[in-house]
Ligand binder design. Structure first.
Ligand code: UT7
Length: 324
């Protein structure tokens, strides 16, 4: 039997309407547009309106991806949704989105790998397709991360935004995803986490104490080192050279982290999709948002080779090398 590949046949994304500039943040915390731009590359972020949820953004992104692929929701046999900010504890946001799309009956689940959520979900969906279990899969990365931001903490509140992206993956005799690499090391939990939850208990604090704790400088160092090794591992797994990559679509956390990975690949910045300036860090939303922007702007073309990578809380890190 010939090899089955998972191919991206459509992409979509969604952002909340409200845009918050660095200048607006200057009014609420002791920061400056200059600091945020030079340390992170961020110029603005989108923030969900009251009542607007991860599921709302995910549904919109999914509808656009299905339309681009020419696939009906009823044809889907699996939905995998990467998120750290689900609408409810249960049912999963994937189930909520499934019903809103009208894909009732197919398998649907959420996957929490923090900022690596979408790339993890892509890796899982790839295995379902390669094994012959699924033919048409919706993979989503969606977050309303600003819901767990403490707007008095300048170290973290300037970094995050809300948004969602999605792709439709279909079984194909042509590549397709060549390789995915997924990793985690829970020993780094203390550097980036949210300390509350159902089992540990919520706190008697504003927002029930739900807020991101991050040792930024340490996260930065490990991220750069880990992503370097991940790039090498992914190229090796696919049997490819860095020179064969047309586009790097990295997790959009910090422009300086992206630049370090690019240096490793000896790639010009012109071959890197950068959206961190417009979207900030949207966690699981960041890679599929960047992919959809690159596709819709005409940058990424059919037949090109893309390297997707992400790094986040856990720590988790993941990559996918694919032919678009
Ligand atoms: O999605 C994956 C998870 N997250 C990440 O990948 C984030 C990784 N880390 C980073 O992106 C960077 O470490 C940050 C952007 C978070 C911080 O940049 P940095 O260059 O590592 O700065 P720093 O933490 O070393 O802080 C430098 C200075 C400090 O002041 P002192 O001690 O030098 O006087 C901070 O207090 O900048 C200060 N600072 C700020 N100043 C103005 C920290 N946040 C701000 C702020 N505005 N928002």
């Amino acid at each position: 039997m010939s090899q089955i590949y998972a191919r991206i046949t459509g992409t979509g994304s969604a952002l909340p309407e409200r845009v918050v500039s660095n200048a607006e943040l200057e009014k609420i915390v002791d920061t400056s547009d200059e600091w945020i731009r030079t340390r992170t590359g961020i110029q603005q972020r989108h923030i969900a309106a009251d009542g607007e949820t991860t599921g709302d953004l995910a549904t919109m992104a999914a509808q656009r991806a299905l339309e681009a692929a020419g696939v009906k929701a009823s044809e889907l046999d699996l939905i995998v949704l990467g998120t750290t900010t689900p609408d409810l504890i249960f049912p999963s946001t994937a189930c909520l989105v499934q019903h809103r799309l009208g894909a009732n009956g197919c398998a649907a689940f959420d996957l929490n790998a923090a900022c690596s959520g979408f790339v993890y979900a892509l890796g899982v969906a790839d295995k379902f397709i390669r094994s012959g279990q699924s033919k048409k899969v919706l993979v989503i990365g969606a977050e309303t991360l600003t819901r767990m931001v403490d707007w008095t903490e300048r170290e973290s509140c300037v970094l995050f935004g809300d948004g969602a992206g999605a792709v439709v993956l279909e079984a194909s005799a042509e590549p397709g995803i060549y390789a995915t690499c997924l990793h985690a090391d829970g020993g780094f939990k203390h550097l980036l986490y949210n300390p509350v939850g159902v089992s540990v208990g919520f706190k008697d604090e504003p927002n029930h104490g739900v807020r991101i704790q991050m040792a930024g400088r340490e996260v930065f160092k490990v991220a750069v080192k880990t992503l370097d090794a991940l790039v090498d591992e992914t190229l090796q797994a696919a049997g490819m050279e860095a020179s064969q990559i047309d586009w790097l679509i990295p997790h959009q956390a910090n422009l300086r982290i992206i630049e370090a990975t690019v240096k490793r690949l000896h790639m010009p910045m012109e071959q890197v999709v950068v959206t961190v300036d417009q979207h900030a860090n949207t966690s699981s939303g960041s890679v599929p948002l960047a992919l959809d922007f690159a596709v819709r702007s005409g940058k990424v073309q059919r037949g090109q080779t893309l390297l997707l990578e992400a790094f986040g809380g856990g720590f988790t890190w993941a990559s996918a090398l694919l032919r678009y």
